[in-house]
Write a protein that binds this ligand. Structure first.
Ligand code: SIN
Length: 520
């Protein structure tokens, strides 16, 4: 097996990974490993924007309150405070590196999204905010000769000795390499691909959560999956995200009979928190016997819609929908995992030498439901903080004994992936109950053997990771006998007893207890 020693190993190249790389670059050599090309991440596809207090009409305290309220009582107030207080500085820094956010005259053009009580969402090129962040962060990272990229390499597992992380085994072109590092940072993003309906790109298969779990790290809040209310619904089109910013600018939701309905579900109507809007849409779909509802922008000025949402407009046109004049069929889709690898505000996990930032991590900043456009901000703020903490990692990297892999292959792995994604959508989706979750648990058990072997291809390794993360989500959803934020149980519609506790999972607990979890 090939071996290499680096100072800092970063797995993932979305906003959190790149921001951490920039922080570490002056202090040693940094290797950024990605399983695809470096631009292929959830960050790249983010449309709506990035939330931060950047105007005199807004206050950090109000951003804090909005975030806590959306999190439905389960946020960690300390990390939320860090997010909203450090956010404006991180954005100013990004602008100084060349980020071009949309402006109105000389002022930033700030938009509104659901559950924000002020206009505070910055955007770029209308609806291509993530692309702009990726462009600027990649170019800044490239300006340091100490930062190298290692694309098309999937991480198989972390190198763990005595509960310390010494790096990772990665696979590229069927060749395994042991990468030893002083500090290993997971920035692999989320796992929307676990669901058959998702806004996430193909790369979002929960890899970081699964490899951290196998390495003995703790995962927290895994029952909280956010479903975005509006993704394009058409048998002939991709499940393309239709940004919440569209509703922020006045778009309405109609059921398939053409009737507006959100006012009867929440006083904020179309701008209610995402979990409420997603459930309302499902409920209208059931009432009208339809697989979709509509997003309606027909009452907005055509030239405004075209210039404010140029990329959405162009993409929808490709599939025969003109957002300036047609009703657009939509359905909710899995979008974001609030839970993840448990970290403190400096990105430290429960395993020495292992750090995590961005969607893969759970700092408690999102609680039970993430406030729109807080995730790019999270990546910037906690990416930088994690880079900083990783500088004092106690690991002394050296090429030590190397594990032996005996790769097997999975027969019918594409069929299993397809069945898993459908199972998660049907049984562990927007509305769950004991019966649906137990059915999912027993189906997953039948596939469990897959999670115990080594594999030789990216697709197989992804499936192994997806199955691991699915099992944790199901166990966490069974353990929370109540409905909070994005976790809704039709058999426990109230919050339930001890609803403020968080469920934390490690590889021993999940194997030991199928029902009750090993909550703290
Ligand atoms: C969107 O543009 O609606 C997505 C923004 C987010 O998820 O934060």
């Amino acid at each position: 097996m090939r071996q290499e020693i680096v100072d800092f190993l970063i797995i993932g190249s979305g906003v959190a990974g790149l921001r951490a790389a920039i922080e570490l670059a002056p202090y040693g050599n940094v290797l950024v490993v990605t399983k695809d090309k470096p631009t292929e991440s959830n960050t790249e596809y983010a449309q709506g924007g990035i939330a931060a207090v950047m105007s005199d009409e807004d206050e950090v305290g109000i951003h804090l309150e909005d975030t806590l309220k959306a999190g439905d009582g389960l946020c960690n107030e300390g990390t939320v405070r860090t997010l909203v207080e450090e956010g404006p500085e991180r954005i100013a820094e990004l602008i100084s590196w060349g980020a071009e956010f949309d402006k109105e005259g000389s002022k930033l053009d700030l938009t509104l999204e659901a559950a924000h009580s002020r206009r505070r969402v910055l955007h770029a090129q209308g609806d291509s905010t993530g692309k702009e962040l990726t462009r600027v962060l990649l170019s800044k990272a490239r300006s340091f000769p100490s930062v190298r990229r290692y694309p098309f390499a999937i991480t198989v597992d972390l190198i763990i000795q005595d509960n310390e992380c010494h790096g990772a085994y990665v696979l590229r072109d069927r060749e395994m390499t042991a990468l030893y590092a002083r500090a290993t940072i997971l920035a692999t993003g989320g796992g929307g691909q676990l669901y058959s309906r998702t806004t996430n790109p193909q790369v979002a298969t929960g890899d970081g959560m699964a490899i951290a779990f196998r390495a003995g790290a703790e995962l927290e809040d895994m029952e909280f999956i956010q479903f975005h209310p509006t993704s394009l619904y058409s048998p002939t089109a991709p499940q393309f995200l239709l940004s919440e910013a569209m509703r922020g600018e006045g778009a309405l939701l109609l059921n398939s009979n053409g009737r507006r309905f959100m006012q009867s579900y929440h006083p904020l109507a179309e701008l209610a928190p995402r979990d409420i809007v997603s459930r309302a849409i499902i409920s209208e779909m059931v009432k009208t016997g339809s697989n979709y509802a509509y997003l309606d922008l027909r009452h907005l000025r055509r030239d405004f819609v075209r210039s404010r949402f140029p990329s959405i407009h162009a993409t929808c046109l490709q599939y025969g929908f003109d957002i300036t004049g047609d009703l657009i069929p939509i359905s909710p889709a899995a979008h974001y995992i609030m839970g993840g690898v448990k970290t403190d505000a400096g990105g430290r996990t429960s395993v020495k030498g292992l750090f995590a930032a961005g969607e893969v991590a759970c700092t408690g900043v999102h609680g039970a439901n993430r406030l729109a456009s807080n995730s790019l901000l999270e990546g910037l703020v906690f990416g930088a903080r994690t880079g900083n903490t990783a500088l004092s990692s106690p690991i002394n990297p050296s090429a030590r004994d190397t594990a032996v892999f005996s790769p097997a292959s999975i027969r019918d792995h594409d069929e299993i992936r397809h069945a898993l994604r459908k199972l998660m959508w049907d049984r562990v989706g927007i509305i769950r109950c004991d019966t649906s979750l137990r059915e999912a648990a027993s189906r997953l058990l039948a596939w469990n053997i897959i999670t115990e072997r080594d594999y030789a291809t990216r697709r197989e390794l992804e499936l192994k990771n997806m199955l691991t993360v699915a099992e944790i989500i199901v166990q966490a959803a069974l353990a929370r006998k109540g409905s909070v934020g994005a976790h809704f149980r039709s058999d426990f519609k109230d919050r339930g007893e001890n609803w403020q506790q968080h469920f934390t999972w490690d590889k021993n607990c999940i194997k030991l207890s199928a029902q009750e979890g090993c909550n703290q």
